[in-house]
Design a protein around this ligand. Structure first.
Ligand code: PEP
Ligand code: MG
Length: 566
């Protein structure tokens, strides 16, 4: 038996065989001269196997996951239909090169060629080229590609990291849990795991090397414990805990039809964070007060190319309809940091979290934002919407972004398109925006505090980095003061403040956030009922004095003690 300690990222228990997602490893021989009579058939077979895989993957994904998820495999087949890539590989083999070398050379050549094109759609094909040629290279080198879409028995996935493009094509019916080597509680893999409601542990260092495929693995998504080859006692302990967890979940289900109210009857606005329409269905089922954060970039991350205005409009319009009578806060694309969109081929940065992220990218790649805003403004004709800009640091950014919304409205009205009511807000996730909240307040309808980033930027502690986990402190006096300043500034201007960062779903924080006057909580679908049940135990009349005491506290420990007394 072996135990790994990671970070609990999505609650629940998993018990299944391990399935490792190992990156392909290629060893190229450039020194030897190879016989084309041997290498050419290798290539031919690999291309045939790849074609067969893609056809099968498209079929299976269409039926077991969704037609949208299957699109990527159709796009990959199109690439193989063009003979120029195979010709390029064959020429290199005829010059005496190894088939693997030829495939990887062709990969580089075609990827660079597509990435350099002016047309954004063609640029986006670069990632498809990489995916298809990696598959050919895997076969040519005698390996077998790993396909999450083809998993057909219960497994626990073990990977270095999992991106939305991986999770978009995995069959959720069989995945009993994720374990990843990197990431923290607020990394995007963790957020996706919670949105899929699959138990997950992240930051389990060396997990890939510690586990073999088919090993029996137990996972506790709350404590972060991962056990490989459990002994009888551990199995019994997990079994008991799994049963208790299921019982708790049953109790929580009784809150699905209730309004969110404190013990003393105060109505609290409890909204959901979503990244897809599927999640919105769950939010509606659980009587969510609308959506406090629609991470629209997840639609882009899960696709193989950027969704068009029309495709976005359809999704946004459907979302507005489904959420009625409640509203949705659509956050404009927040790309960058740990959210990398492979097909966009954006330049690598030394410090991506401090680089061209969120609104900064939106205002540079203006067509991307213009397209999204047009789709959103069109959706507003179906019902009132809210638009929120991520990573705002300066008033100029906000005014520029707001002007783009006005432009989208004007041009749509000129085209005769109906336009509805739109409120606008910003995320408070950079300390500059929190400190200057009163500067922004007159120009917005609402703030939403993104603690996942606000904590990392306030404490200068990367939300992905295990090494500085001890500094990533939600209860540091600086973080609490920034939250309080934001709420107060909004209220002074007659505006409201929500919170969509993970802290909104932390039960230890609820009394404090209520005492500070937070107007809306927006949490993952997985946390919604738990938070509603917790709010029902809180008596707001007992919170007098808590705000003042917490704002005077000089340490995290003092603040946490005050919250425990509560
Ligand atoms: C945040 O930063 O708290 C937030 C909600 O945004 P994201 O987690 O998507 O960066
Ligand atoms: Mg953020």
């Amino acid at each position: 038996m072996k135990t790994l300690q990671g970070i609990g990222a999505s609650s629940g228990f998993g018990h299944a065989k391990a399935f490792r997602l190992l990156p392909p490893h290629f060893s190229v021989d450039e020194a030897t001269t190879f016989q084309s009579s041997k290498e050419l058939p290798l290539l031919e077979t690999a291309i045939e196997q790849t074609t067969a895989d893609l056809v099968r993957l498209e079929e299976v994904t269409t039926t077991t996951i969704s037609p949208a998820a299957a699109e990527v495999f159709a796009a990959h087949q199109l690439i193989l239909l063009d003979p120029s890539m195979a010709d390029h590989m064959q020429e290199l083999i005829q010059q005496g090169h190894q088939a693997l070398y030829a495939v990887l050379q062709a990969q580089r050549f075609f990827k660079d060629m597509f990435a350099a094109m002016d047309d954004a759609y063609m640029q986006e094909r670069a990632q498809d080229i990489v995916d298809v040629t990696n598959r050919i290279a895997t076969y040519v080198s005698g390996q077998v590609p790993i396909d999450l879409a083809l998993i057909n028995e219960p497994v626990i996935l073990i990977a270095r990291d999992l991106g939305p493009s991986d999770t978009a094509v995995l069959n959720k019916a069989f995945v009993r849990g994720f374990v990843t080597e990197i990431g923290g509680r607020t990394s995007h893999t963790a957020i996706i795991a919670r949105s899929l409601e699959i138990p997950a542990v992240v930051g389990a260092v060396d997990a890939l090397a510690s586990v073999n495929d088919q090993d029996i693995v137990l996972l506790n998504g709350t404590s972060g414990e991962v056990v490989v080859h459990p002994d009888v006692e551990t199995l019994a302990r997990f079994d008991q805990a799994t049963k208790e967890y299921a019982k708790q979940q049953e109790i929580l289900q009784t809150y699905a039809t209730k309004e969110t109210r404190t013990k003393d009857g105060v109505r609290i606005e409890l909204a959901s964070n979503i990244g897809s329409i599927d999640e919105l269905d769950k939010a509606v089922e659980r009587r969510s007060d609308g959506v406090g954060l629609f991470r629209t970039e997840l639609l882009f991350l899960a696709a193989s190319s950027a969704p068009t205005e029309e495709a976005q409009f359809e999704i946004y319009q459907r979302a507005v309809t489904l959420a009625q009578p409640h509203k949705i806060i659509f956050r404009t694309l927040d790309i960058g940091g740990d959210k990398v969109i492979p097909y966009m081929d954006l330049p690598k940065e030394d410090n991506p979290f401090l680089g061209v992220r969120g609104i900064r990218l939106n205002l540079q790649e203006r067509v991307l934002l213009q397209t999204q805003l047009r789709a959103l403004v069109r959706a507003s004709a179906t019902g009132p919407i809210r638009i929120m800009f991520p990573m705002i640091a300066t008033l100029e950014e906000l005014l520029d972004a707001k002007a783009m919304v006005e432009e989208a409205k004007t041009s749509l009205i000129a085209d005769g398109s109906p336009v509805g009511e739109i409120e606008m807000g910003i995320m408070i996730e950079i300390p500059a925006a929190a400190v200057a909240a009163d500067v922004f307040a007159p120009h917005i309808d609402f703030f939403s505090i993104g603690t996942n980033d606000l904590i990392q930027y306030t404490m200068a502690a990367d939300r992905m980095n295990e090494g500085v986990k001890h500094l990533y402190q939600p209860y540091h006096p600086a973080v609490i003061r920034l939250i309080s300043m934001t709420i107060d500034a909004a209220h002074r201007h007659g505006k409201w403040t929500g919170m969509c960062g993970s802290m909104a779903g932390e039960l230890e924080a609820t009394t404090l956030l209520l005492a500070l006057g937070l107007d809306e909580f927006s949490v993952s679908i997985a946390s919604l009922l738990e938070l509603r049940a917790h709010i029902a135990t809180i008596d707001t009349t007992a919170l007098h004095g808590l705000k003042e005491a917490v704002l005077q506290a000089t340490s995290r420990e003092q603040i946490m003690t005050l919250l425990k007394q509560d």
